[in-house]
Design a protein around this ligand. Structure first.
Ligand code: VG1
Ligand code: CO
Length: 547
């Protein structure tokens, strides 16, 4: 077998600071595009000339269109660059948290994860690829910078001329001088979950008649949820819906929120609601938690999990601390204060939690975008959040709604909503942000929709462990009435721009705990709209998604 050295040109499109590349599938399928990015990664993380001698890699993805083709290309390139072993999930499948678990358990030199997460898949959808470091998490800025730099100067890539590898059966084969090891995508992950949670207690919960519906949204968590929830824990067959990963996710948008997981939402709010329901996203790192008649916001979920984690064996010794992304509500901070543990506020994106987890400063982390996780891996983990909830429910034996209401009585309630304006004009969205930024200094003291601005800034972060800094991470506007509005532009979309407006207000008056979030937040929503002139500037009179 010979190595082809193919002359090539720089890669367009990796945004500096992002851990991977997310693009329309058709762009990824253009000749040389995937190859150039993969070679750029190898060049940045391997020795000179992308030399991977002696290195092992983990490889898998969420099963979307182009996943299997991309895997074939990547294994041939890894072989051509001298890697000694690649661990591939059977049929190319590995959820993002499972890939992180495999990287850590098998101590591979990092891994490549193929996914565009919650973005739609298919030939007309999106595709993505990112490199995770040996600790199992998304690459920090220093590494993504090196990769990005390489994408700008790359002139050739190396690929082994060989037939396709069989990735449909577990076991080892050789490709050039490299071993390809096809692994069960579920086994290592399931083992880890068994260590953290009381499977016997959860089994007893299901045996007592407790009902669950888990929506895998035709994405990667199907096989994991089937094996663990139905297989290990005895939830009746059919508890997991949309369980077969499809290349186009059945035409759906695999983002677990009340809008895109409408079927599940209708079920949980209707007369035949199960006790508990949950959904995950394309690559299995997000979660949506529902109880009969109630949607648990991700911010509240993080707070409730922080307050109750000790009920699960993996966390019975208590938590070192909790971290949340800046736009996430402050509910978790209130729990941390009561528990006497540390609380951290980081920019959006899981990579910022990595240093805190590695240094043992925090045990749990969460984002308002339905991402929750712990120190068991270095990614957010959808099914893990579901299992932690189930473990807590197995111990407390109360309905989700009751647990949530009790939590609000103890800590007060952070009413929360996020309004997304998707696919808006990029220039208009950027101008909106620039003008907001420029006007921050004049906001304090001014009143909008009955609220008075007490402070306003553009969030900047200094990592307490490695000292690295991140600026312009979102505009925060604080109101004297215990409310906050945050504005930022999405970094994960592939078409136009998405403006995210995060709105919250803290209430501890017992008479006001059972309100409707959109109503309770009406003034904050109004003030944010006025300050940023959203309607006029974006030509939209309502957001596309409210979570
Ligand atoms: C979104 C979320 C962010 C999350 C990121 C990756 O980013 O807001 O909290 O970390 O997606 O999640 P943005 O820049 O579009 O707001 V995933 O499930 O795509 O790994
Ligand atoms: Co995801």
């Amino acid at each position: 077998m010979s190595v082809n050295v193919v002359a090539t040109t720089p890669v367009e499109g990796q945004k500096p600071g992002t851990s991977g590349l997310r693009k329309q599938t058709r762009v990824f399928m253009e000749p040389g595009y995937l190859e150039n990015f993969v070679q750029s990664i190898f060049d940045a993380v391997g020795g000179p000339g992308g030399d991977l001698t002696g290195k092992t890699l983990t490889l898998g993805g969420d099963g979307r269109y182009f996943n299997k083709r991309a895997i074939q290309t990547i294994v041939k390139m890894a072989a051509a660059n001298g890697a000694s072993r690649v661990l591939v999930g059977q049929n190319g499948i590995l959820s993002t948290p499972a890939a992180s678990a495999v990287i850590r358990a098998r101590r591979t030199d990092g891994g490549l994860i193929l996914s565009a997460s919650h973005n739609p898949g298919g030939a007309d959808g999106d595709f993505g690829l990112k490199y995770n470091i040996p600790a199992g998490g998304p690459a920090p800025e220093s590494v993504t910078e090196a990769i990005h730099k390489r994408t700008q100067e790359i002139t050739e890539y190396r690929v082994l001329e060989a037939g396709d590898v069989d990735i449909s059966t577990c076991g080892e084969s050789t490709l050039g001088g490299m071993t390809v090891e096809v692994i069960d995508p579920v086994a290592i992950y399931t083992e880890l979950m068994r260590e953290l949670f009381d499977f016997a207690a959860i089994r007893a919960l299901f045996a007592s008649g407790f009902t669950l519906r888990f929506d895998a949204m035709h994405a990667v968590t199907g096989p994991y949820a089937k094996a663990i929830l139905e297989g290990e824990l005895g939830a009746p067959e059919g508890s997991v819906m949309n369980a077969t990963p499809l290349p186009d996710f059945g035409g759906g948008h695999p983002d677990p929120n009340p809008v895109y997981a409408k079927e599940l939402m209708d079920l949980i709010m209707g007369p035949d609601a199960p006790d508990f329901a949950a959904a995950s996203d394309g690559d299995g790192d997000r979660n949506m938690i529902l109880g009969r008649g109630v949607y648990v916001t991700p911010s509240d979920s993080l707070a409730v999990l922080t307050a109750n984690a000790q009920l699960a064996p993996g966390y019975k010794g208590g938590l070192a601390g909790v971290a949340r992304s800046m736009p996430t509500s402050r509910a978790a901070d209130r729990v941390a204060e009561k528990l006497g543990i540390k609380a951290f506020e980081t920019p959006t994106g899981w990579k910022f939690f990595g240093t805190l987890l590695d240094a043992g400063l925090v045990t749990l982390c969460g984002e308002e975008s339905a991402g929750t996780g712990s120190n068991h891996v270095r990614e957010k983990d959808g099914l893990w959040a579901v299992l932690l909830w189930l473990n807590i429910l197995a111990e407390r034996r109360q309905p989700v709604a009751e647990i949530l209401e009790a939590h609000w009585r103890d800590y007060g309630r952070d009413y929360y909503t996020r309004h997304d304006y998707e696919g808006v004009d990029k220039a208009a969205a950027e101008a909106l942000m620039d003008d907001l930024r420029a006007g921050l200094g004049s906001l304090p003291g001014q009143s909008f929709a009955g609220l008075t601005v007490s402070a306003a800034d553009d969030f900047a972060y200094q990592d307490p462990v490695d000292g690295s800094t991140a600026r312009q991470q979102g505009i925060r506007i604080f109101f004297a009435e215990n409310a906050r509005a945050v504005f930022r532009l999405s970094g994960t979309g592939t078409v136009g721009a998405t403006l995210r407006v995060y709105l919250e207000r803290f209430v501890d008056d017992p008479a006001l705990l059972a309100g409707d979030p959109q109503e309770m937040l009406a003034e904050v929503i109004g003030a944010a709209g006025e300050i940023a002139q959203i309607g006029a500037r974006l030509g939209r009179d309502a957001p596309d998604v409210r979570t």
